[in-house]
Design a protein around this ligand. Structure first.
Ligand SMILES: Cc1cc2nc3c(=O)[nH]c(=O)nc-3n(C[C@H](O)[C@H](O)[C@H](O)COP(=O)(O)OP(=O)(O)OC[C@H]3O[C@@H](n4cnc5c(N)ncnc54)[C@H](O)[C@@H]3O)c2cc1C
Length: 459
């Protein structure tokens, strides 16, 4: 998801990038702490925010240790080889790289990870009728109204934007003349971006998203070999010995320095800490001294979106179109071809669901999901169900660490909850997609990680 851009943070990033590009500033004192080339930094979380932070620090010759609770790196970037013989890789977490995602694109370029076109032409099943891509559209009545809303957004002042933040996107669409099939299509399409119904999404966040994103809504590119390729490259740069998986941080004590204790009993000390974990995970840590009240309230308020990905391996690509995706008004919600650019007779469709649909589907077994697929696709693709070879299902709503796919800022939260979560606390800076301008994206995670590192480098 793309979220409102804030010039000040972007400006900061440019300055940080400048700092990161210069040699490390000479050692200076920072409170009681010795900060400089020899200073020790602990990063909690080996998702893209933590890895990007550690990589940036390591580039400056700093002493970094990354502590990660899972037994793998990447966090919500979770590439899975669904067919090892055919080398078919699917993404159970983050999928697309957007055309506007400058840092991811630059890093992929540096690390020589090819970015391949992953755009789709969307087919539609609506009220038991199948319509091919480019043969359906919004009504002639609604199209100019939507265009006017998007153009109007660019002229809004801050007060008007704040007003918009108190109305949900569904209500705002209705207020502006969206109805019938147009409204249903907007719900089906837009809710896949936010991971919950558009009745929960602020009109400000939605308008900013659609006004500022690339034409295909940042569903543009994909890393060859899977998004985990970038995690691996970060890890090589950080030094794999400096990343400790299976290390769940349970206690953080901040005095003159920082002491971190893990569930396995190991302790680590450092001068600075970067906490790059989702808010649910932050709550499970014992902070000494305790986190400020406004941060605790923000942690308690923030919701994460429920997304289920059901990857279905088929013996044949019966959809006959490498750029196939399909929106339905039925339970599976959204199908897309997850093995585009991966040559094989076999292929994978991911059934992507959000909110209540995601919860429902995740609670069923593979046989039930097979029947559901047959019910939705059978009338138009009679062989689909028979061609199923296997399934891999991952539901983020009950992921024990993030409790959701990505943060979902509700009404009036963007300008209150997010700033409270962004604030540093004693020797600790925070990073992660939930704090980013490009919130909900790998890009956002990386940028916040690099910003946290740049703050340390700049001292
Ligand atoms: C289903 C889904 C679809 C998505 N689609 C896209 C997409 O198409 N494009 C896109 O750009 N982004 C997408 N995203 C979002 C993207 O995955 C995230 O924005 C990004 O990966 C988050 O990175 P992060 O570092 O902030 O958090 P995480 O990846 O969650 O990393 C945090 C890490 O901290 C670890 N951790 C937590 N607690 C502790 C602890 N106590 N001690 C030690 N370690 C701890 C976690 O295990 C985790 O590895 C999607 C995400 C999901 C789930």
């Amino acid at each position: 998801m793309d979220k409102p851009q804030q010039t000040s943070r972007r400006e900061f990033l440019r300055q940080s990038a400048f700092l990161a590009g210069t040699s490390l500033l000479s050692t200076r004192s920072f409170g009681n702490i010795y900060v400089g080339k020899q200073s020790r930094v602990i990063v909690i979380g080996a998702g893209f925010a933590g890895l990007a932070a550690a990589y940036a620090l390591k580039q400056k010759g700093m002493n970094v240790t990354v502590l990660e609770t899972r037994n793998r790196i990447g966090g919500r970037v979770f590439s899975h080889t669904i067919d090892p013989k055919e080398n078919l890789v699917v993404e159970l977490g983050a999928e697309w790289v957007g055309n506007s995602h400058e840092r991811v694109r630059t890093l992929c370029d540096q690390f020589k990870i090819p970015l391949l076109n992953n755009q789709f032409d969307t087919h539609l099943i609506y009220q038991n009728q199948y319509t091919k891509a480019n043969a359906w559209d919004f009504s002639e009545n609604w199209k100019p109204k939507m265009k006017a809303l998007l153009e109007g957004y660019k002229k809004l002042d801050e007060t008007q934007k704040a007003e918009l933040d108190s109305i949900d996107w569904w209500r705002y669409l209705v207020n502006n003349g969206c109805e019938g099939k147009d409204l249903i299509l907007r719900e089906l399409l837009d809710s896949t971006d936010f991971g919950e119904s558009i009745r929960h999404v602020s009109a400000f966040v939605a308008l900013a998203t659609f006004a500022e994103s690339s034409e295909k809504n940042e569903m543009d590119l994909k890393m060859q070999g899977g998004n985990t390729m970038l995690a691996r490259k970060f890890a090589e740069g950080i030094g794999e010995g400096n990343i400790l998986t299976g290390h769940a941080v349970k206690r953080i004590e901040q005095k003159d320095s920082v002491k971190v204790t893990c569930e396995n009993g190991k302790t680590f000390e450092a001068d600075k800490l970067i906490c790059a974990i989702p808010t649910f995970a932050m709550k499970n840590i014992q902070w000494e001294p305790g986190l400020p009240a406004e941060k605790i309230q923000a942690i308690n308020e923030l919701q994460y979106a429920r997304i289920n990905k059901n990857a279905i391996l088929f013996k044949k690509r019966f959809w006959n179109d490498e750029s196939f995706d399909l929106v339905t008004d039925q339970t599976p919600h959204y199908f897309y071809h997850a093995t585009k650019n991966q040559p094989s007779q076999k292929g994978v469709l991911i059934s992507y669901t959000i909110g209540e649909k995601a919860e429902l589907i995740s609670a069923q077994n593979d046989e039930w999901r097979k029947q559901m697929l047959g019910q939705t696709l059978g009338p138009y693709f009679p062989k689909a169900q028979k061609l199923i070879e296997s399934q891999a299902n991952y539901y983020w709503g009950t992921d024990k660490i993030s409790q959701g796919a990505y943060a979902m800022y509700g009404l009036n939260q963007w300008n209150t909850t997010r700033p409270a979560l962004q604030k540093p606390f004693l020797h600790t800076s925070f990073a992660g997609e939930h704090l980013a301008d490009w919130q909900g994206f790998m890009e956002g995670a990386i940028v916040t990680g690099e910003m946290a590192a740049a703050e340390i480098i700049a001292v």
